[in-house]
Write a protein that binds this ligand. Structure first.
Ligand code: AHR
Length: 505
């Protein structure tokens, strides 16, 4: 197929907030224990953190990391994870049917973040706990005063506050699986009074209220509206969560996942703006897309894969260890394009998750750490994206989707910065290659000259189910992409099911 498009910096849609390239670390399976933390590993530092994992997380380029859950947070007592390690209690984790040893808590995780160069985003437990415990954690983490909590913080090794800016008011409180699940009315009231109290303690924080845990939830839409009717004035963000997978062997439909994410974002924006209108407010609630990924959550019988085993309470069991294919990485790259296309509204996003648990990085206890296929679109997009997001209209025809009608074969976005332009493109067609010609005359006009291609990457495999594994950790990667630049016309060949990134400077 032939495809035509253009990149013109005058069509800027948003200033990019780097929080869009955030991650998520939950106490779940082998994420913390035998993932980032493995004291007996050959590369472990004095605090038990694997240096090989730290290196890979740095390379991935994650900005803010949401912690400590997820479903886990709704039963978590944060105090269990601070103070002398030998006095920390072992607890049952009801969300993942595991035993939590509490060897890693707030201090250790913050130390690890210093090493990987990312910021902390905290979630408070509004499942089994409430406003007072949220205030206790906020005082412990952020207060600059002489109190019992801040003395304890200092005694535990941190004199200065952790200064955490972003706080989630619970997790997926719309989900019946959530400990302390509430209806929208009850949660909206709890979120509002907790947010008000937290702001009295620290007016500088930014607060995320729980939206729906998926756009397919029966309460989607009415949940957002009711929660915001109570908490609109008290919060800055509403969360979106969404996971995608190939169902019933229908890869073409799976390749349309970006459309689903776009519609979800647009629907939530419309609902929040409708609430604003009823309140006669020009305040805009932003979106924190704080869980997104490919996750093989449902099996073809409509059941759930990877349910925690209900026998025993293991420490760090192997849970949610999905292996990602080249196809998954192409869909994933398209989800990143979609987030960038909505950067005017999505100011923060967290890839769920980071290590071993539906993760771009895998580890073997006592063994290697390796990059999954999804690592590549994330690390390249995070590294190449500039600070201004630009719309890239492309005409390349459509394919019919059962759920979304006609879906564009090619989807693209660009970013511009002082030194150049980065373009990210996906070919969603299962069968057809695309010869894409992009008119960059608008870019040449902005910079006063034509730019040169300095990097071009292709993610594509003839076997789209190829994956990286412990036995073959470098089977899939990105390859150099051939480009032709004639004046201001850039031409690239996109194989079917492919993702590319081109940097011009
Ligand atoms: O990311 C895995 C789980 O997915 C999280 O714990 C939960 O918030 C969501 O349902």
């Amino acid at each position: 197929m032939s495809a035509h498009g253009s990149v013109d910096p005058r069509f800027e849609t948003a200033r990019l907030d780097r929080r869009l390239f955030g991650g998520f670390v939950e106490h779940l399976g082998r994420h913390i224990y035998d993932g980032i933390y493995e004291p007996a590993h050959a590369t472990a530092d004095a605090d038990g953190f694997r240096a090989d994992v730290i290196e890979l997380v740095r390379e991935l380029g994650v900005s803010t990391i949401r912690y400590p859950g997820g479903n886990f947070v709704s039963g978590y007592r944060w105090e269990d994870g601070v103070g002398p390690r030998d006095q920390r209690p072992r607890r049952l984790d009801l969300a993942w049917h595991s035993t939590e040893t509490n060897e890693v808590g707030l201090h250790e995780f913050a130390d690890w973040l210093d090493r990987v160069g990312s910021d902390l985003m905290l979630a408070v437990n509004l499942g089994t706990r409430g406003t007072q415990e949220a205030l206790d954690l906020l005082e412990y983490a952020n207060a600059n005063a002489d109190t019992d909590w801040t003395r304890r913080r200092a005694a535990n090794g941190r004199h200065d506050p952790f200064a955490v800016t972003m706080w989630c008011l619970g997790n997926e409180m719309d989900g019946p699986w959530q400990l302390g699940h509430r209806n929208a009315e009850d949660y909206g009231k709890l979120a509002s009074r907790t947010a008000k109290a937290m702001r009295m303690l620290d007016p500088g924080i930014e607060l995320v209220v729980c939206g729906s845990s998926a756009s397919g939830m029966p309460t989607f839409g009415s949940w957002e509206r009711t929660v915001l009717e109570h908490a609109f004035d008290d919060v800055d963000y509403i969360s979106c969560h969404s996971y995608y997978q190939e169902m019933g062997g229908n890869a073409q439909e799976f390749l349309a996942s970006g459309v689903d994410m776009a519609r979800f974002i647009e629907a939530v924006s419309a609902i929040t703006d409708a609430v604003a209108a009823t309140k006669k407010s020009d305040k805009r609630i932003m979106i924190s897309f704080d869980e997104w990924n490919v996750w093989y959550l449902h099996n073809d019988n409509g059941g759930q894969n990877d349910k925690p085993k209900e026998t025993g309470w293991p420490v760090a069991p192997r849970l949610l260890e999905d292996q990602y294919s080249a196809l998954d990485a192409v869909v994933f790259g398209d989800l990143m394009i979609t987030l960038l296309q909505h950067a005017d509204r999505v100011r923060s996003a967290s890839l769920a998750q980071l290590v071993n648990v539906i993760a771009p990085i895998m580890t073997e206890p006592g063994g290697i750490a390796w990059r999954q296929t999804t690592f590549f679109p994330f690390s390249i997009t995070s590294r190449l994206a500039g600070d201004r997001v630009v719309r890239v209209p492309v005409d390349a025809g459509t394919f019919p989707s059962e759920r979304f009608g006609e879906v564009a074969n090619v989807n693209a976005v660009a970013t511009v910065d002082d030194d150049g332009v980065s373009v990210f493109v996906v070919n969603r067609s299962l069968t057809e290659a695309a010869d894409l010609r992009l008119d960059l005359s608008g870019v040449a006009a902005e910079f006063g000259r034509d730019l040169a291609v300095v990097e071009a990457h292709l993610l594509h495999e003839d076997d789209m189910y190829a994956a990286n594994t412990l036995a073959d950790p470098e089977r899939v990667g990105v390859r150099p992409l051939e480009t032709t630049l004639e004046g201001a016309a850039l031409t690239v060949a996109l194989p079917p099911v492919s993702w590319v990134a081109v940097r011009l400077a």
